[in-house]
Design a protein around this ligand. Structure first.
Ligand code: ARG
Length: 579
């Protein structure tokens, strides 16, 4: 992944496409492979070979001659052909300058890459009166990261939490509350106890099917605005959100709108009417459906045979409302992979309704977080309590932070309050990074060892890297070295060049993460960056040498820290200054 807007890449491209008119932009520039790391750009010549009906090797040699003839003008130091590839090493000054131009903002021109966009991002969306599950945690972290990424690239972003607060289950919860619950019971532990009532309801319904009629009646009352039903429902919603909010605060997540499904329910009759008028609704076994056979999908049920509407109906109305209200350029739903069919269905229905914006809607799905059998999992209903996961992360982080702190010299020890503060950040960082480092569509196995491993591919490892960079910078300053953004690194060594290249591609990486709705692209880049940095640090004596050289190196380190921090920040991870 090369940032194609780098000046020297641009210059090369312009030169080559002018000299070789049949080779059209974008040329396939690549990062050179590890064994050729003294080069900065690699250019495979296979496509060109096809065009010219020559061997790739011959083509590469020809291109190499062209480039070599204009070396000085192109800022090229060396060009070499290897197996159909042309590897190019730039004059160091080219890299240094490019790097220096990013010191004010590691994202450079990418800051405005998505200017003019209005992205509506729906994520988290837990169901009220049910514990916040680990799946909602994934939606929350992925959605919040995507929101930050889009914002960083200049898009307007609207974050929506689409609470599950409507549907026949609320008739059941009200019935259960009236029959088996009490205000005291709910107040004791609102979400868990409401959920217990819901579970009890189902046990009782199995013995006494008449309960279902009662539940239906309560939901009908709720829909009709009956004051008792509405009041209970509102209360359940308030106490639930109050608890969810606690989690959002710990995770550092915010929304612009918290608008539950109920909000859109009164729009449903109009949606049904439109479907009707367009001739899209057909009767099937008493239900009214949109047939999707031609699309190879089961029908999208809009009205059930008992006349009630469902999840899909609400989603249709919701999307219509949002298109009208926000005029988004894209809408993203961050929802688990088990709902893929649902999204394909109702998005297809919107398309059939003739909405051009339907093609700008995307379901960003994700895999499950699995738990090793017997641990953590398996309350009744198999919901894992997220809060206990966060608590445990924090307390395990605290143990590690304390251990590390104990080894420190007296004058560098953290106070107890600092330890707790660091543990908070590390605990959350650990969970968030774990969640965001796997490709989102993959299932992941929950494992404390990986999550909190300070040496492994983990959040704490990256946080710790930032802290180490920080203390290096502090040390240099204490030793009287002054450096600033004006100190352009000289990039003398291979390791420095590799680090510079890594830092230069960061904007392109963030853009790729946006394009693919894939925060893990950033997570991986940060791990790579830390590794490239470590190698630089192991091999280059950063505090030795003449002043100008050292200042440039310190500035390189300071910039590395900025990029790491920016990247972690996009994922939602705060790095402590010390730990
Ligand atoms: N509340 C739903 C659930 O937990 C997720 C909502 C997803 N968003 C949507 N527009 N359907 O399963």
């Amino acid at each position: 992944m090369i940032d194609r807007r780098l000046k020297f890449v641009n210059t090369l491209e312009k030169f080559l496409t002018t000299k070789i008119p049949e080779w059209q932009s974008p040329l396939p520039f690549e990062e050179p492979p590890a064994f050729a790391e003294d080069f900065d750009v690699a250019l495979p010549c296979f496509a060109l070979a096809k065009l010219r009906k020559e061997s790739p090797q011959k083509c590469a040699e020809w291109v190499s001659e062209l480039v070599s003839a204009e070396k000085a003008q192109l800022g090229v130091k060396r060009a070499e052909v290897l197996k159909g590839f042309l590897n190019i090493q730039m004059e160091t000054e080219q890299l240094s300058k490019a790097l220096g131009s990013r010191f004010d903002d590691p994202l450079g021109e990418s800051r405005t890459a998505l200017k003019g966009e209005k992205a509506l991002i729906e994520f988290s969306s837990p169901n009220i009166a049910k514990p916040f599950g680990i799946g909602h945690l994934r939606s929350t972290n992925i959605g919040a990261a995507i929101s930050r990424i889009y914002k960083a690239l200049g898009s307007e972003v609207i974050r929506i939490n689409h609470l599950g607060d409507w549907g026949t289950q609320f008739g059941k919860i009200i019935t259960a509350y009236k029959r088996f619950g009490s205000a005291e019971f709910v107040k004791g532990d609102p979400v868990n106890n409401l959920y217990k009532l819901y579970v009890t309801y189902h046990e009782k319904e199995a013995e006494d099917p008449a309960l279902l009629d009662e539940a239906r009646e309560w939901f009908a009352k709720l829909e009709a605005g009956d004051s008792e039903a509405v009041e209970l429902w509102k209360w359940f919603k308030d106490v639930s959100y109050h608890e969810f909010k606690r989690l959002y605060d710990r995770l550092g997540v915010d929304f612009d709108y918290v608008t539950g499904e109920s909000f859109y329910s009164e729009l449903m009759p109009k949606t049904i009417e439109r479907l009707e008028k367009q001739g899209l609704l057909v009767e099937s076994e008493g239900a009214r459906i949109v047939d999707l056979e031609a699309e190879g999908m089961p029908p999208c049920i809009v009205v059930k045979s008992d006349g009630s509407t469902i999840y899909a109906t609400r989603d249709l109305s919701t999307a219509e409302y949002r298109a009208k209200t926000f005029q988004f350029t894209r809408m993203v739903y961050v929802v688990g992979g088990e709902q893929i069919l649902h999204f394909r269905q109702f998005l297809k229905v919107l398309e059939k309704m003739g909405y051009a914006w339907a093609k700008n809607c995307t379901h960003v799905s994700f895999g499950l977080i699995k738990f090793p059998e017997g641990k953590m999992s398996s309350r009744k209903g198999n919901l894992v309590l997220l809060e206990s996961v966060l608590d445990q992360a924090e307390s395990e982080a605290l143990t590690i932070v304390r251990e590390k702190n104990a080894d420190k010299p007296q004058d560098r020890k953290l106070s107890e309050t600092e330890e707790a503060e660091v543990a908070k950040r590390v605990g959350m960082g650990a969970v968030i990074f774990f969640d965001l480092h796997a490709k989102r569509t993959k299932d992941i196995m929950f494992d404390w060892k990986t999550i909190l491993n300070f040496e492994g591919d983990s959040g704490p490892y990256l946080q710790y890297s930032v802290v180490r960079l920080n203390s290096l910078l502090e040390r240099a300053t204490t030793e009287g070295l002054k450096f600033s953004k004006k100190d352009i690194p000289e990039l003398e060594t291979l390791e420095e060049r590799a680090l510079a290249r890594k830092l230069l591609r960061f904007p392109a990486v963030v853009e790729a993460a946006a394009r693919e709705y894939e925060p893990s692209i950033i997570s991986h880049e940060l791990l790579d960056l830390a590794a490239v940095f470590n190698r630089f640090y192991m091999n280059v004596p950063v505090l030795k040498g003449e002043e100008k050289l050292r200042a440039g190196r310190m500035q390189l380190i300071a910039f590395t820290k900025s990029v790491l921090q920016l990247g972690l920040g996009l994922l939602g991870i705060q790095s402590p200054e010390r730990m």
